[in-house]
Structure formats: structure tokens, C-alpha cells
Design a protein around this ligand. Structure first.
Ligand SMILES: NC(=O)c1ccc[n+]([C@@H]2O[C@H](COP(=O)([O-])OP(=O)(O)OC[C@H]3O[C@@H](n4cnc5c(N)ncnc54)[C@H](OP(=O)(O)O)[C@@H]3O)[C@@H](O)[C@H]2O)c1
Length: 317
């Protein structure tokens, strides 16, 4: 299966930048060099890539009350698509996700989203952004990095597993690996080393020798994975920027102060109730110690959608 293509008309999705607080220093780099990005979104800069892990940025579309899915139909993008007042704004939301996918080297996703969004396919669909990826020296699709503590119930029948352009890495715990070994269809290989220069060479050799097979990284202890170790492995695999689409893992990375940025698109709808938000599966941060953010940019499409970019701030008490 090839990557599906979706045409995005620039005039329909064009965003107006209302606020700009993105650092433009000598060590900044352009997220994706592409004329369409300049015209639709404008300046799209990132800071330097750390030595020991990629830059991490998350992306969600949420209701005004912070919900990322309805309870009666848990497909996340419906938060945008059911906004009856601005269908083009929903399309622009989808394009921003396309942009963030096109600019990254890996997408972290959990089994929760893979199960609730059976059509999930972790790549950009805009042919202009796909061309830009290749021109920027990136492969057609980023790695899909599936996180699972239990190693169970990954929906291997989903189309993302049949797209030959999408390389797959599964990160699980030592106990989860026992389950994964029993359930994983097809061939896999283990990537568990990272740190020294020779480890990086070993990983590059493993990837080259195992084209088309699923990579598996076992980190942590017992049923727990180790996110710092995973990010170290992703960096050693050559990843400079990673998009976090798993809401639960996003919350987990915030807890570890390992999430750098979050892009939040607000669709002006209300959901209420116990519907899913970011981190609703985990425990709340206490009033005495919780992450903060600083807004880096604000875009609008109409009075029905706001597109914000936040830098995460940790340690403020
Ligand atoms: N509106 C949006 O932008 C948006 C974006 C994405 C998703 N969504 C929606 O959000 C809902 C899914 O939310 P979710 O939080 O359940 O999904 P998720 O984060 O994609 O998946 C949760 C699963 O990820 C694994 N996981 C979480 N933390 C982990 C860790 N530290 N280490 C290893 N594995 C870890 C666990 O898998 P195991 O149980 O296998 O251990 C967990 O059950 C869906 O309705 C989806 O459509 C909305």
C-alpha cells in the first residue's frame, strides 16, 4: 500500500499569524523548507537538536473545553471535522498535522489511538509536503514508533502496517516483550543499544540489514518502559525531531520534562462529560507542581478555530 495523497488548496487553508514569539537565533533551523509552508503558515523554526535525544513536539486538536475525542465516536479528528461553522478550518487543522508529520523523523503513537482510529496512517498526505520531505533529504515517511507497556492488542491489521514506505518501531517493556513476541506477525529485529558512537553505527547497520521488518526496542524494567532510553535510541537512529501523537505518552513525557513543545489547535465546539483529554488515563499533576507553557505563536483561520504553538516550561513552583 502506498501513502494516500490529499491535495490541500493553499487559498482554502491559509492561516493568519496573530502572534509570534518564536526564537529566531543563529542556532535555529527551519522545520521544513517549503514554499507552501512559508505562504500558508509563515516562519516555522526550531532550536538546536540536543545530542542525546530528538526535539519532541506533540500535536492535538481539542474542543474549547480541552477534549480530544467525543465519547460516542472516539475518532480524534472529529473534534475538528464536526465544527459545522468552518469546514475549511478543519481542513487547515488537518494540514497543520500534515506539516508537523512532514517535518519530523518519527511519530510516537499508542495502541489506544491505533485501536480507536483504525484508518490511522502516520504520514503526511499533502503531495507538496511529501515532495518537500524528499527535497529536505528525508525519506518519504517518518518512522511510526508504537509505545506499549503491555505488548498486547496492537491492531496489526491496520493499514499503517501495510504501507511499505512507513518503517515501524515498537517500544515495549521487558514483561511486555513476552506478550509482543507471541502476538507480533512477521519478522522483527531488536534495537536496544544507544549511547556510544559505535552503538549508533550498530543501529544504522541493523536498520539497513533488516529493511521491511519491524524494529523492536525493549526498555525499562518489569512492566515499565523508559522514555529517556527510547529517546536516546531514536536519536541514535538519526532522528532529529519526533512528533508525539499519543495523548497518554505526551502526558508521560511532560511528567519526565521530556516534551519540548505542544501544538494545540482549538476547534470552537464543546464536548463536556468524561470524554478523553490529554493524560486522562494517568494521574493529574498536583496544584503545587505542574508543567507550564509559553505561547510561541497563534494563528487563526476564522472565528471558529485557533492554532497555537506552546513551548513547555518545567520546574516552576
Ligand atoms: N484530537 C486529537 O488530536 C487526538 C490525537 C490523538 C489521539 N486522539 C484520541 O485519543 C484517544 C486515545 O487516547 P489514548 O491516550 O488512549 O491513546 P494513546 O496514548 O495513543 O494510547 C494509549 C496506550 O499507549 C501505551 N502507552 C502509554 N504510555 C506509555 C508508556 N509510558 N510506555 C509505553 N506505552 C505507553 C499504552 O499501551 P498498552 O496498553 O498497550 O500498554 C496505552 O494504553 C482516541 O480516541 C484518539 O482518537 C485524539
Amino acid at each position: 500500500m502506498a501513502i494516500p495523497k490529499v491535495e490541500f488548496n493553499e487559498e482554502i487553508i491559509c492561516l493568519k499569524r496573530l502572534f509570534d514569539n518564536v526564537a529566531d537565533g543563529s542556532d535555529s533551523h527551519v522545520g521544513l523548507k517549503c514554499g507552501k509552508v512559508d505562504r500558508v503558515y509563515g516562519k516555522f523554526l526550531f532550536g538546536p537538536v540536543p545530542q542525546d535525544r530528538p526535539i519532541t513536539y506533540a500535536s492535538y486538536v481539542m474542543s474549547v473545553d480541552g477534549k480530544i475525542a467525543f465519547e460516542d465516536n472516539e475518532v480524534g479528528p472529529l473534534i475538528a471535522k464536526t465544527n459545522r461553522f468552518d469546514p475549511d478550518g478543519a481542513f487547515a487543522d488537518f494540514w497543520v498535522l500534515n506539516l508537523l508529520r512532514a517535518a519530523c523523523d518519527g511519530i510516537i503513537i499508542g495502541s489506544g489511538t491505533l485501536i480507536k482510529e483504525p484508518d490511522y496512517s502516520g504520514s503526511a498526505y499533502d503531495p507538496d509536503l511529501l515532495d518537500a520531505r524528499l527535497e529536505n533529504g528525508k525519506p518519504a515517511a517518518p518512522w511510526t514508533v508504537i509505545v506499549t507497556t503491555t505488548g498486547k492488542n496492537i491492531p496489526f491489521g491496520n493499514p499503517v502496517f501495510r504501507c511499505e514506505e512507513v518503517p515501524i518501531l515498537i517500544n515495549t517493556s521487558p514483561e511486555g516483550f513476552k506478550n509482543l513476541e507471541a502476538e507480533i506477525p512477521g519478522e522483527y529485529y531488536l534495537i536496544n543499544l544507544a549511547g556510544s558512537a559505535s552503538d549508533n553505527e550498530t543501529i544504522a547497520g541493523l536498520i539497513a540489514a533488516n529493511h521491511g521488518k519491524t524494529a523492536v526496542a525493549v526498555t525499562g524494567e518489569g512492566w515499565d518502559t523508559d522514555s529517556q532510553e527510547l529517546l536516546k535510541i531514536l536519536r541514535a537512529m538519526g532522528m532529529g525531531k519526533v512528533l508525539v501523537e499519543s495523548p497518554t505518552y505526551c502526558h508521560h513525557l511532560m511528567r519526565k520534562a521530556l516534551l519540548d513543545e505542544i501544538f494545540i489547535n482549538t476547534s470552537c465546539v464543546f464536548v463536556g462529560g468524561q470524554a478523553t483529554g490529554i493524560g486522562t488515563l494517568g494521574s493529574s499533576f498536583p496544584s503545587t507542581d505542574h508543567p507550564h507553557s509559553e505561547i510561541l505563536s497563534i494563528h487563526m483561520h476564522s472565528p471558529h478555530f485557533v492554532y497555537t504553538r506552546h513551548k513547555m516550561l518545567y520546574g516552576a513552583k
